[in-house]
Design a protein around this ligand. Structure first.
Ligand SMILES: [Mg+2]
Length: 209
């Protein structure tokens, strides 16, 4: 199995619905340790992505990911807009010349996007950010690929690791972003960015493979 332009467009449509459905959850998580806007931002951003892709469907994967990046950077506020924008921009470059994404391509796309977030946000594992979802997911995807797994196996391994990674943020004390101002009071709360990152990967597993 491989994911082409159509599967990626369907995934983006799923994300629009998923972030609307989870707007209150993400807002509640962000109100505990942040400024209570993550749900609103992600919902607004992916509604704008869906509208743009519906109106102006890009011809190939590279331009599709690039278009998503531009819309997110323009419409998503806070730290999340530039970070998810960077994810899609780097993913776009990793799609250059590809019409479909097989298992190895999917890992390359996520690797490019996640490394872009890491460079942009300057966060590390254990800082209680979206990277605590993304980094273990990427390692698990690479391991599944190295073990000979196809696209489904790779994305399912990534989703399982993303979920554990998301939950691992609960006992962490934040060292990056607005939550870090809370110090020890950030302990005991699941990170909203780690949660939106898990939703993104799980949706890819449901639609790409
Ligand atoms: Mg916020």
């Amino acid at each position: 199995m491989a994911a082409g332009r159509q599967e990626v467009i369907e995934w983006l449509g799923d994300l629009q619905r998923i972030y609307t459905e989870n707007r209150e959850l993400l807002t509640a998580l962000d109100s505990a340790i942040g400024d209570a806007d993550h749900g609103i931002n992600m919902d607004r951003g992916f509604a704008a992505v869906k509208a743009e892709v519906d109106t102006n469907p890009p011809a190939d994967l590279r331009s599709l990911f690039q278009s998503v990046a531009m819309v997110l950077i323009r419409t998503v506020g806070g730290a999340a807009g530039p970070l998810y924008g960077t994810f899609f921009l780097r993913a776009s470059a990793a799609c250059t010349g590809k019409e479909v994404l097989g298992a190895g391509d999917a890992v390359a796309v996520f690797r490019a996007g996640i490394e872009g977030i890491q460079q942009r946000g300057k966060a590390e594992a254990g800082d209680k950010t979206m990277l605590d979802t993304f980094l273990p997911a990427l390692s698990a995807m690479q391991e599944a690929l190295d073990a000979g797994g196809g696209l489904r196996a790779v994305l399912e391994a990534g989703t399982a690791a993303a979920e554990s990674g998301m939950l691992s943020t609960i006992p962490m004390q934040a060292r990056k972003g607005r939550a870090s101002y809370l110090g020890a009071r950030s302990v005991g709360h699941q990170d909203p960015g780690a949660t939106s990152a898990f939703l993104l990967i799980r949706a890819a597993a449901d639609r790409w493979a």
